[in-house]
Design a protein around this ligand. Structure first.
Ligand SMILES: [Zn+2]
Length: 236
């Protein structure tokens, strides 16, 4: 299987997203599939979603504790080995050098072949506004991957330089890779349902996620799929 083909499974992968539950929505079918085939997975959460509710029974502190536990529970279901929380402030995430450097450290520490992230250009989703943290996390991830993590003379105290092989971008417009998640669709739904603080019952959401994944796979003869724009940085 050639590298970056839709059936290729790397040895290691990292996901970099803004909030608990973002990764489940974006790529958890693929994550569960790859983890099941022996790929070592590391989740990075830039914030812990500490203001992500309209329910005033929570404080930012109590919501952090709850949402981190929800994320860990989802990761356990998916077979994710490591979860890193950077604990930047929710809804105030900025793609600055502090965040970029933290991500460089983690990329060098775990040396993933593949990194998943969002699309930094996605201001709108159809007729909805994308959360600014989603764009900031995506931009910081891209900037950390290339060129910073791979530059030996840059921040040598953050670990030995590492070159990521490819970036799987959750891009809704320039998709070029469809991954069959038929076998892990149920796990994706279960992992999403672990985010109790965010979901008013899984039933409506489940129908929406299944429909979206079915629509994504339809043209390629797949029952359920996740689609990405793959940026190839290192061939063999
Ligand atoms: Zn989010």
């Amino acid at each position: 299987m050639a590298k970056f083909d839709s059936e290729w499974i790397p040895k290691s992968a990292m996901t970099i997203f803004a909030h608990p539950d973002d990764t489940e929505f974006s790529c958890s079918g693929t994550i569960a599939k790859w983890a099941g085939e022996g790929c070592e997975i590391t989740y990075v959460l830039c914030t812990s979603g500490d203001v992500g509710t309209h329910d005033l029974k929570y404080s930012p502190e109590s919501l952090t504790v709850l949402r981190e536990q929800e994320q860990r529970n989802a990761c356990a279901l998916l077979g994710v080995q490591q979860v890193e929380f950077l604990r930047h402030e929710d809804s105030r995430l900025v793609a600055d050098l502090t965040l970029r450097r933290e991500l460089v450290y983690l990329i060098r520490k775990y040396q993933p072949q593949v990194v998943f992230c969002g699309d930094p250009n996605q201001v709108f989703w159809g007729n909805r506004i994308n959360h600014p943290d989603h764009r900031a996390a995506a931009l910081a991830a891209i900037d950390a991957i290339f060129p910073c993590a791979s530059m030996e003379l840059l921040w040598p105290e953050e670990g030995p330089a590492h070159e990521v092989h490819g970036v799987y971008v959750r891009d809704l417009t320039l998709v070029d890779t469809w991954i069959d998640i038929t076998g892990t669709m149920d796990l994706k739904i279960k992992a999403l349902a672990e985010h109790h603080s965010q979901l008013d019952g899984i039933r409506g959401l489940e129908a929406m996620i299944r429909q979206r994944s079915a629509d994504t796979g339809k043209k390629h003869g797949l029952k359920y799929a996740e689609a990405f724009r793959v940026i190839k940085l290192k061939g063999d």
